[in-house]
Design a binder for this molecule. Structure first.
Ligand code: ATP
Ligand code: MG
Length: 164
């Protein structure tokens, strides 16, 4: 078996389980920054590449912790609505200026470079998220207000099985 091929194989992934596991991986990171993470929702099965979905959700939740405030919070919800399967990550952080929201998914783009130095990072996290989203047909909607926080809503496309 070619390992490279096996790695990109799609499988049924429970987005709730995966997200909960990522939140526990990031728990010490959050407590070091005095940020509280809460997770709610229900199991949601989605067919995708486990490793890619993991990296995407990890980056988004990591950002929600990193660009937060002292004693801030991150709320994660996984579930299904009339529009489809969703993961919503909401933080009470520093927010993103309206005219920069479009640009945060570009490689190496970081808002306010001087201030970002203290938080560290390369500006690659969300470009990985963008590629994973294209590969899986996931739509990402960003709502943000400077000083109040950011909400990232991921909608996972239902793959139509060819009728046979
Ligand atoms: P890396 O993820 O590579 O460690 P990074 O976090 O700077 O570095 P991205 O994850 O691509 O890079 O994010 C790009 C920029 O978008 C960040 O530098 C930050 O300015 C802004 N950003 C991303 N998520 C949030 C958020 N939840 N709240 C406020 N700003 C954010
Ligand atoms: Mg990041």
């Amino acid at each position: 078996l070619d390992e490279g091929v096996v790695e990109l194989e799609k499988e049924e992934v429970d987005l709730y389980d995966l997200t909960r596991e990522i939140c526990s991986r990031l728990a010490s990171n959050a407590s070091a920054r005095h940020v509280h993470i809460e997770m709610t929702g229900e199991p949601v099965m989605f067919r995708g590449v486990h490793q890619v979905l993991d990296e995407m959700l990890y980056n988004i939740i990591e950002n929600a912790i990193k660009y937060n405030k002292e004693n801030g919070s991150v709320s994660v919800w996984v579930g299904t609505t009339l529009q489809g399967k969703k993961v919503i990550v909401q933080d009470t952080g520093i927010g993103i200026p309206k005219d920069e929201v479009e640009r945060i998914f570009e490689r190496f783009y970081r808002v306010d470079k001087s201030h970002s130095k203290e938080t560290g990072g390369t500006g690659l996290g969300l470009s990985i998220v963008k590629h994973g989203a294209l590969m899986h047909d996931i739509k990402i909607h960003v709502d943000s207000e400077v000083g109040k926080g950011t909400r990232m809503e991921l909608t996972f496309a239902e793959k139509k099985e060819s009728a046979q």
